[in-house]
Design a protein around this ligand. Sequence first.
Ligand SMILES: Nc1ncnc2c1ncn2[C@@H]1O[C@H](COP(=O)(O)OP(=O)(O)OP(=O)(O)O)[C@@H](O)[C@H]1O
Ligand SMILES: [Mg+2]
Length: 318
Amino acid sequence: MATLLSIRSLTTVFQCRRVQIEACNNVDLDIDPGQTLGLIGETGCGKSVLGMSILRLLPANGISSGKIIYKNRDLLGLSPEEMRTIRGAEISLLPQNPSTSLNPVLSVGEQLMEGIRLHRGMRKNKAKGAALSMLRSLGLQGGNNRWDKYPHQLSGGMKQRVLAALSITGEPSLLIADEPTKGLDGVGRNRVVALLRRLVGETKTALLLITHDLKVAANLCDQIAVMYAGEIVENGPVGKVLVSPLHPYTQGLLASLPENGLHPIPHYSPGVLGNIQGCRFYPRCQYRRDQCGRQPIVNKKTNGTIVRCLNVSEGGEN
Ligand SMILES: Nc1ncnc2c1ncn2[C@@H]1O[C@H](COP(=O)(O)OP(=O)(O)OP(=O)(O)O)[C@@H](O)[C@H]1O
Ligand SMILES: [Mg+2]
């Protein structure tokens, strides 16, 4: 099966007045058709920037280099017009903030109908039927006529579900969902997770799920990529990465969960200013050796997982 999205050596920098912020450094990532890849890591490590780099939605001071091959075309080489035809129809975004992402002056029914008309070229009546059936499947259609509800009349969880439905109206091959469960309570979170699982299952859409929530990632994903200070440090099947992680950072991330005893990783993330030599996790790593901080670290493949650590040997364990 051909890879749907293949990212190679992607580096995204932000040029600020005095400093250059290297938000993504040398990222390699593959997503197969229909695959669900979870992207996890601490706040500020570059997850959203990676998603926005794929969609080419960075602010003006953000520059990406490397390759983002989607269905045999390098997205970084496409014109803005070509990119507009990809967004929504081929690669869609479920954004981080539902409150500011829905149109406040259109009812949710109308928004869904317009999305379907725009992306699928349906006539109004047919699009209305499709939107109604979407509302029903969201659990939003009821006696009190959800069609006419405006975003401000819905709970956070409902808004997020409407946005999730909107994001797949174009029947994209890849959905990038940035923290779709952020700020929701347990019930809201479970509903969004159930909906996403159903959407990707029914439509065979591949999903890049950006999340802090390792439970949600474990629930939805086939594959997990772990990001630290702009780099992917571990990438492998969910059953391996979240159960027997190889990279010391992933091990620390799991140990810091309440259910694992709440053992925080000492010190702070180094930030993402450029010119870092060696391993970015070096100052916080309990297994560090002198050379870890001095030499560039290359990816190694071991038992189906790719790990960026000097102490992990190719084909073996830590
Ligand atoms: N427009 C920008 N200009 C300069 N730096 C930026 C810009 N946008 C993001 N950054 C920096 O890039 C780094 C990565 O940010 P990003 O938003 O991708 O983190 P994240 O992993 O998504 O965090 P969170 O989990 O909190 O959403 C951060 O250090 C951030 O400050
Ligand atoms: Mg983010």
